[in-house]
Design a binder for this molecule. Structure first.
Ligand code: NAD
Length: 462
């Protein structure tokens, strides 16, 4: 697999300040697929200076020209989609088809949406005797996770560039190769030097240096709630803008009037997709007590069919973490009806698609984010009980509601404390704002709401 041994800073691949490297492993066979430099505070500083120097000219570039660069970037991602899919499969371990259909295709849709928005968005408004200008926030420090490695990058970089901001990206250490491919595509799209910069490295070193850098105006972070809390505190102390996309423990609420088999099967597929490493996955399935045993049987059968086809989780640490939750589920009295501790393969970081029944709302597996292919099925008595259980975690990122009647599902969804709800299997929409209530985060990504995170207002009175 191709890997650069430098950092993409100020329009070129430049040697890293230090000599440490990060080994990238394929989670399927645990073999090294590449090595990238482990950036330090010095590299971050170098990149932030380049982004600061490039800011005035990029901020003053007409939105139509910024749109043209984004459109070229989208085309570059299209041209590289096979390489992108193969790279994500090599470093994340996801099945190639999923990498093609999701890891490569979704970022193309998102980049395209921002090319269009940059050209059409009203960066100026009238309010009484004032003209309000929507101006770029400035230099953005973007820190991204490994689970949807290119999507998370594009969901930050595309709106930032559309807004006229410049960016320093610190991607996840497990999946830096696709970030390097992205930097190549940015370069080829004719984005001016310094507007986008890439520093690979470890979170507590390069990530922390970026989050703490005094010349970064906005830190946009996606990852765990623990790190997000730390980044939010650092940004707060510096009176700096921050956007946080954090964890989730979303509920899939199946109301009694729903098509039970469909709701259960789609629900299981949702949790197993990307080996359960989806922050918005519906990891708690809520079923009425009269339909409970039928739903458990359907879910166990559906999960057993996946075997090792879902791919491994990203690394050994994540595999151990997911297994420790499976252990805890059993210890706290949940009933294991599919999967368990045994791995479907001897080699690689595989976890069996796992389903727990008789999960009660207070159990650890019903409260904490597992980030693996583990589904918990909870029983509810009536709608009020379902609502209480669904809203009864510190998170509020996503969810699903199923009912025979769409209006019934919508009425329930409106009472959920969460940022996104899919109604009767509603499809992913790259224009819909994505982000969390409660401890799932601060701010929104995608569409116009995602763009406005990178803008600040200036009002001129006449
Ligand atoms: P993580 O928080 O460990 O890492 C995320 C990123 O932060 C990585 O680039 C990492 O290098 C960096 N980082 C780590 N420590 C840092 C520090 N001290 N300072 C600055 N940066 C630091 O999370 P992860 O394990 O990579 O990802 C899994 C988590 O991310 C899950 O909890 C998941 O729910 C969450 N997630 C949320 C969303 C969302 O949109 N809400 C999307 C994907 C993942």
């Amino acid at each position: 697999m191709k890997a650069h041994d430098g950092m993409y800073i100020d329009g070129a691949w430049r040697p890293a300040a230090g000599s440490d490297t990060i080994e990238v492993l394929n989670p399927v066979d645990e073999q090294v697929v590449g090595r990238v430099p482990a950036g330090t505070a010095e590299d971050v500083d170098h990149a932030v200076r380049a982004a600061r120097a490039a800011l005035p000219a990029w901020a003053a570039t007409p939105p139509t020209e910024r749109a043209a660069r984004l459109s070229a970037l989208r085309d570059g991602l299209v041209a590289r989609q096979d390489e992108i899919a193969e790279t994500v499969t090599a470093e994340l371990g996801s099945p190639l088809k999923f990498s093609q259909n999701v890891h490569a295709a979704v970022p193309i849709a998102v980049a395209g949406s921002y090319a269009e928005l940059a050209a059409t968005y009203a960066f100026e408004e009238k309010a009484g005797n004032s003209t309000v200008h929507l101006e770029p926030v400035g230099v953005v420090g973007a820190i991204t996770p490994w689970n949807y490695p290119l999507h998370q990058i594009v969901a930050k970089v595309a709106p930032a560039l559309a807004a006229g901001c410049t960016v320093v990206l610190k991607p996840a250490e497990d999946t830096p190769l696709v970030a390097q491919l992205f930097a190549e595509a940015v370069h080829e799209a004719g984005v001016p030097a310094g507007v986008f910069n890439l520093v690979t490295g470890l979170g507590p070193v390069a990530g922390q240096a970026l989050a703490e850098h005094p010349d970064v105006d906005l830190v946009s972070f996606t990852g765990s709630t623990a790190v997000g809390r730390q980044i939010g505190a650092t940004a707060g102390a510096a009176i700096k803008k921050v956007a946080l996309e954090l964890g989730g423990k979303s509920a899939n609420v199946i109301l009694p009037s729903a098509d039970l088999a469909k709701a259960v099967n789609v629900g299981v597929a949702n949790v197993m997709s990307n080996s359960g490493q989806t922050c918005s996955a519906w990891t708690r399935m809520l079923v009425h007590r009269d339909q409970y045993e039928e739903a458990v049987e359907l879910a166990a059968t559906a999960a057993a069919k996946y075997g090792d086809r879902i791919g491994p989780v990203v690394n050994a640490k994540q595999q151990a973490r997911v297994r420790s939750y499976i252990d805890k589920g059993v210890a706290e009295g949940a009933r294991l009806v599919a999967g368990g501790l045994e791995s479907p393969r001897e080699q690689g970081y595989f976890v069996s698609p796992t389903v727990f029944a008789d999960v009660t709302p207070d159990m650890t597996i019903a409260q904490e984010e597992i980030f693996g292919p583990v589904l918990s099925i909870l029983r509810y008595e009536d709608e009020e009980d379902a609502l209480r259980i669904a809203n009864g975690t510190v998170y509020g990122l996503a969810g699903a509601v199923w009912a025979g009647d769409q209006a019934e599902a919508v009425a329930f969804a409106r009472r959920l404390e969460t940022g996104q709800v899919d109604i009767n299997g509603g499809r992913f929409n790259p224009l819909a704002p994505f982000g969390g209530y409660k401890q799932s985060g601060v701010g929104r990504e995608l569409g116009t709401h995602g763009l406005s995170e990178y803008l600040q207002t200036k009002s001129l009175q006449f």
